[in-house]
Design a protein around this ligand. Structure first.
Ligand code: F3S
Length: 292
């Protein structure tokens, strides 16, 4: 069985940076926490917890020590509250998200109606929204864009992980909704690159294993794209979930992983697949030689 890894997979730059920043800023005396889970991967969150990095749902739950702002970023009010509480802030906001926040803020102060293309409840979208003093209009689909009123000036920014094609459709509609349109395509290439690499591999293999949190939207999206590309798809969080029966009679398998999946989880899956391959091969050889 040929086992191949997608060219681009797993941790993106911003997530890796956030995890590294968290691990190098542990305060063993006063405590360390991330504001919200640092990534949508339960194994990684446990890994950090074992090293003393806890998860706080809100800033009111933190009284001292280090607070880490994750790659999704937070609004200006959270920075102010953290300062007021004299917390040591480690700002792991991904630089691409920071750029989207500051672009949206500038558009707002320059008098544009900010349109934020993204998923309303995504924490990153919420953080960008806060930087527009909650004045941005969040639009997730072309249909929602069609419902907008007319504005003199519109400035449009995107959630960094938003689909490029969807953004373009929304932009095309916005052209008829204003006299002046400022377009800031604040989309990060990491998601596109992972999706393209996964689809490319899914077209060549019979089965794709997608590794990542069941609560990770970008991992779930990879699974859908691989399935659309024609591969049989299994989405697992860890190697322990793999079943040998999935690979009986299968000659080629691909492995990919969402942007929140650490490399060690991918390696565990790869090793387990190799073990399965050896077992299946020895079973085939045993049948062929007729021995028991
Ligand atoms: Fe940053 Fe792009 Fe990752 S915005 S957090 S590098 S997906």
């Amino acid at each position: 069985m040929l086992i191949q890894l997608a060219r681009q997979r797993g941790f993106c730059y911003g997530v890796k940076r956030a995890v590294d920043m968290a691990l190098s800023n542990i305060d063993p005396l006063k405590g360390t926490c991330t504001l919200g889970p640092i990534i949508h991967n339960p194994q990684m969150v446990n890994h950090l917890s074992e090293r003393g990095i806890k998860v706080a749902d809100q800033l009111t739950d933190v009284s001292e020590g280090v607070v880490i702002f994750r790659s999704h970023g937070v609004g200006p009010e959270i920075y102010r509250q953290a300062r007021e509480k004299s917390l040591q802030v480690v700002d792991a906001t991904c630089p691409h998200v920071k750029k989207a926040q500051l672009t949206a803020h500038k558009l707002m102060t320059d008098g544009y109606q900010v349109i934020l293309a993204g998923e309303r409840n995504h924490p990153e979208v919420q953080s960008i929204y806060q930087w527009t003093e909650q004045k941005a209009i969040i639009v997730g689909t072309p249909e929602e864009a069609m419902q907008l009123s007319f504005f003199a000036k519109i400035g449009v920014v995107a959630q960094t992980t938003f689909s490029g094609a969807m953004f373009q459709k929304i932009v095309d509609i916005l052209k008829s909704k204003c006299n002046e349109l400022q377009i800031d395509r604040t989309i990060c290439t990491a998601t596109d690159e992972r999706q393209q690499a996964a689809v490319e591999l899914a077209r060549q293999v019979e089965v794709m294993i997608v590794v990542g949190g069941k609560n990770s939207a970008n991992t779930a999206r990879l699974a859908v794209l691989c399935s659309e590309a024609g591969a049989g798809v299994f989405h697992v969080e860890t190697a322990a979930e793999l079943e040998p029966s999935w690979f009986e009679g299968v000659h080629s398998v691909g492995i990919t992983a969402g942007a929140s999946t650490p490399e060690w989880l991918i390696e565990e899956v790869y090793r387990k697949m190799q073990e399965f391959d050896q077992t299946l091969n020895s079973e085939v050889n045993t049948l062929e030689t007729g021995s028991i």
